[in-house]
Design a protein around this ligand. Structure first.
Ligand SMILES: Cc1ncc(COP(=O)(O)O)c(C=O)c1O
Length: 386
């Protein structure tokens, strides 16, 4: 097989271990899945109802232009309908951006540590890239701007950043956009944008009219609880929308996803309630970690990056030790931030399970004896690229 040689530089994405397997192996009554930044709650009941009603029409292909969803979203965001393009999750839109903008003659800039896909889309296209470190886990936009060169065609800002939770205020973003050459596309990946408190947010989707090189990426996977359906969108200048439309699959967003996403947009009060619940739980977790003397990085997202260098187990073993106590988290050692784990904000019960487990690890002495044979199930999650 004459496979593309860039594939040697990539590793397939490995999802975490199945919860049933974790429960069986460690004889656990409950396992809290706090590793993928999903919503702990399912889709809103009205959304489930709308999907039920749409099931009978599945013999037909979906609406390739997502017209109804497009109209509703354009109204809600107050942007022209022609500024929108939809994707099979925002991951697909990132891949399409890579295809449209990157190649061996170009250059990409993105933060580090951040979402694994940014590096992947550059590598897939054979594009050189600069991953700009976040000193103290926060953005240094000076350094991001300095990394932009003659050949740079794409800059990605993940805001709030995954996995650090770091958030850039609207003023800082505007100042940054002013400094970027007009032919360099800047993608704001706002997968977690809806979790940011309203007082600290701006509707960046509307900035696209002012900055045609800006593209804003959003997803229905997080606050709306539709990760299993795969639907996201980009707000961009019509020229970029046209480019992405040319290379996407004709029917890239399935019918149920379109129906569900459209119904979500009619339920802003429910979204607000989720934002409030997540913020309350994030604050409660933070306060409890403070009491335990465990550090964490301030976050505006639905996850916290928690310091594991001060526990009764070595930092690299913390995710596994939590797993053995029924809490699946994501180890920072695999995500470019050693010394930390990322824990998704779950339900009150799930967060309590996490707090109980990490408190237990904090209290363990260095001579702690393991109760289970060591088979690091988190190793599946710990590919060096994740
Ligand atoms: C920063 C960031 N962007 C994009 C995505 C992809 O989301 P989607 O489910 O819309 O493909 C994720 C998923 O975790 C993410 O963390």
């Amino acid at each position: 097989m004459k496979l593309n040689p860039v594939l040697d530089k990539l590793a397939a994405y490995k999802a975490g271990p199945p919860l049933a397997e974790v429960a069986r192996r460690y004889q656990l009554a409950r396992v809290a899945q706090l590793s993928a930044n999903e919503s702990p709650w399912g889709p809103f009941p009205e959304v489930v109802e709308a999907m039920h009603a749409a099931l009978e029409g599945l013999n037909r292909y979906p609406d390739g232009g997502c017209d109804r969803l497009r109209g509703l979203l354009a109204d809600r965001l107050r942007v022209p309908a022609g500024h929108l393009v939809f994707g099979n999750g925002s991951c697909e839109l990132l891949m399409l951006l890579g295809e449209a903008l990157l190649g061996p003659e170009t250059h990409a800039v993105f933060p580090h540590p951040s979402f694994v896909m940014y590096r992947s889309i550059a590598v897939m296209r054979g594009a050189p890239y600069t991953s700009v470190p976040l000193p103290g886990l926060d953005y240094d936009l000076e350094a991001v701007a300095a990394a932009i060169g003659e050949r740079t065609s794409l800059v990605i800002i993940c805001n709030p950043n995954n996995p650090t939770g770091s958030y850039l205020e609207p003023d800082a973003l505007r100042n940054f956009l002013e400094r970027v050459p007009a032919d360099v596309v800047v993608a704001f990946d706002e997968a977690y944008g809806e979790f940011v408190s309203s007082s600290r947010r701006a509707e960046t989707a509307r900035w696209v009219s002012e900055y045609p090189n800006l593209v804003v990426l959003r997803t229905f996977s997080k606050i709306y609880g539709l990760a299993g359906l795969r639907v996201g969108y980009a707000v961009a200048d019509p020229k970029l929308v046209e480019a992405l439309d040319k290379i996407r699959q004709p029917f890239n967003v399935d019918s149920l996803a379109q129906v569900a996403a459209a119904r979500c947009l009619e339920l802003p009060e429910r979204v607000e309630e989720r934002r409030r619940l997540v913020a309350e739980e994030r604050a409660r977790l933070g306060a409890a970690l403070d009491r335990l003397g465990i550090a964490y990085h301030p976050s505006e997202a639905n996850f916290l990056l928690v310091d594991v260098t001060n526990l009764g187990v070595p930092g690299p073993e913390a995710a596994q030790a939590l797993l053995e106590r029924g809490v699946l988290t994501r180890s920072g050692y695999a995500m470019g931030c050693p010394g930390w784990i990322r824990v998704t904000i779950g339900t009150v019960e799930e967060n309590d399970l996490f707090l109980g487990a990490i408190a237990e690890l904090k209290e363990l002495g260095p001579t702690a004896v393991r109760t289970h044979p060591v088979k690091d199930l988190t190793a599946d999650v710990l590919s060096p690229e994740s």
